[in-house]
Design a binder for this molecule. Structure first.
Ligand SMILES: [Zn+2]
Length: 234
């Protein structure tokens, strides 16, 4: 085998190791995403429940406002009743007073009911807060493990790239850049030996003349069948 091809095969081994490590790193993403999804779900549930409490509190303020308004109306009715000068005015004032008292009671009932609901909803919020804290607590170990694993793989990738760079210095520039162009497209094994007269990746036959040139000069030929770069094996 031509020494340039031998040197290029060493580069390819380094590249395949980098690809393997990069795939390992990429495989961490779905694990992180599933942790993130679980946490987000718990956080959204809490957010919705907190928003519902705020809406209910605003309804309670409105009900209390209605209580106040009808109380004032009842007081005015009371004063009007105390200063009537005819039975007809007395009847009218009494009717206004009754109406205002009923309205006050109704608003008070509303306000009390809403307050009861708010109490329940706050307990629900507290439960959801505890659930979110629980998720975060359970996840902290998993996240720490993922971080460690990621840092480890990133370190290995940095080492593998440095090694590749050193190995690549042993390959003539033109040969290396031809290999790199094809490799970048394939992102996998790129150079294959001939097996007999054919490409060992896909079995497409290579004409005799081209094979003779490959053996003599160490040149690479692109396989017309699969696009791999071929070298003479012996
Ligand atoms: Zn092929």
């Amino acid at each position: 085998m031509h020494p340039d091809v031998q040197a290029l095969l060493a580069v390819q081994r380094d590249d395949l190791e980098i690809y393997r490590l990069e795939s390992k790193l990429a495989a961490l993403e779905p694990r992180l995403a599933s942790l993130e999804k679980e946490r987000t779900r718990a956080a959204h549930e809490l957010e919705r429940a907190t928003g519902a409490v705020a809406a209910e509190e605003s309804r309670h303020r409105e009900a209390m406002q209605r209580v106040e308004t009808s109380r004032q109306s009842a007081e005015r009715g009371q004063r009007a009743y105390e200063s009537v000068t005819s039975p007809r005015e007395a009847a009218a004032a009494m009717s206004q007073l009754d109406f205002a008292k009923r309205a006050t009671e109704e608003s008070e009932r509303d306000a009390a009911q809403i307050l009861g609901r708010i109490g329940e909803m706050r307990r629900h919020v507290a439960d959801l807060q505890a659930a979110l804290a629980d998720v975060e607590h359970r996840q902290s170990d998993a996240r720490a493990a993922l971080d460690t694993e990621r840092a480890e793989i990133e370190g290995q990738i940095a080492d593998a790239r440095a090694k590749r760079e050193a190995t690549a210095r042993g390959v003539p520039r033109a040969l290396l850049s031809r290999y790199d162009r094809v490799r970048t497209r394939r992102r996998a094994e790129t150079i294959f030996p001939l097996r007999g007269p054919s490409c060992s990746a896909c079995d497409t036959a290579i004409p005799t003349q081209r094979r003779a040139a490959m053996a003599a000069t160490g040149s690479l030929e692109m396989c017309e069948g699969c696009g791999a770069l071929l070298y003479a094996g012996d």
